[in-house]
Design a binder for this molecule. Structure first.
Ligand code: MN
Length: 232
């Protein structure tokens, strides 16, 4: 009988509010340009033809309280604070009306980005992967079950860098709502429990350096705090 010649990396897991159980994270989908004010600050046209996505390896997921090492290859490492949607049941070709029934819960998350590399690749119409799928670049906090969070509506989303507010908006400013995103993504993928969607960031993104403390909150979804560390 054949065997694995080295152990497979275990899926990262997330804590669940009010439970000792944890969620294994499968695929990490991210939504690009989903707040109008952020699209503008990135120098992009605001279009609502259809949402677009990129992905991160689930190995990029780290826990609340983590030290995120400043990655190699960049001189412009940016924070983007976002609502993370955790899928809880299979979703394929779901309607907008049914989409929220597929959600397990919601969490605070960061989409840490090597902005210089992302923009360089974008300008050449090349893939963004090395700008976005960065090791340690997807901190995700405690998952609040959907029944407790309620439906995404006008909940405030805010992020502070060393105590200074840098991003402040609310979920009603999403250009593509959470049900619209799930429905659309489910026409492209067979979404499964443990898949997560980082739903886009409001304006106010910016660079960070080793020693910075990033702390964000989303009303009803708790908080997330990381420290940027030295390169490893
Ligand atoms: Mn993002």
């Amino acid at each position: 009988m054949s065997k694995l010649i080295f152990p497979a990396a275990p899926a990262p897991t997330l804590p669940i509010a009010g439970s000792d159980d944890r969620i294994p994270v499968q695929r990490v989908f991210c939504v690009g340009r989903n707040y109008e004010d952020h699209a503008k600050e990135m120098g992009q046209q605001v279009e609502r033809d259809e949402p677009f996505y990129f992905t991160k390896s689930n190995e990029s997921v780290v826990q609340d309280g983590a030290v995120v090492p400043y990655p190699q290859g960049t001189e412009n490492f940016h924070y983007e604070f976002e609502l993370c949607v955790v899928i809880g049941s299979p979703a394929h070709n779901v309607s907008v009306a049914d989409a929220l029934s597929k959600v397990f819960g919601y969490a605070c998350s960061l989409d840490m980005t090597r902005r210089d590399l992302q923009l360089k690749k974008r300008a050449k119409q090349l893939p963004w992967d090395i700008g976005k799928d960065v090791e340690h670049s997807a901190p995700i906090g405690i998952v609040v079950p959907a029944a407790k969070f309620g439906a995404p509506g006008k909940q405030k989303i805010e992020m502070r860098q060393n105590g200074v507010t840098k991003q402040s908006s609310d979920l009603s400013c999403l250009m593509w709502s959470i049900p619209e995103l799930i429905s659309h993504l489910s026409t492209l993928y067979h979404l499964r429990p443990g898949d997560v969607i980082l739903s886009g960031t409001p304006a106010g993104v910016g660079p960070c350096v080793a020693g910075d403390v990033l702390e964000g909150t989303i009303e009803g979804a708790g908080s997330l705090k990381v420290t940027i560390g030295k390169p490893v």
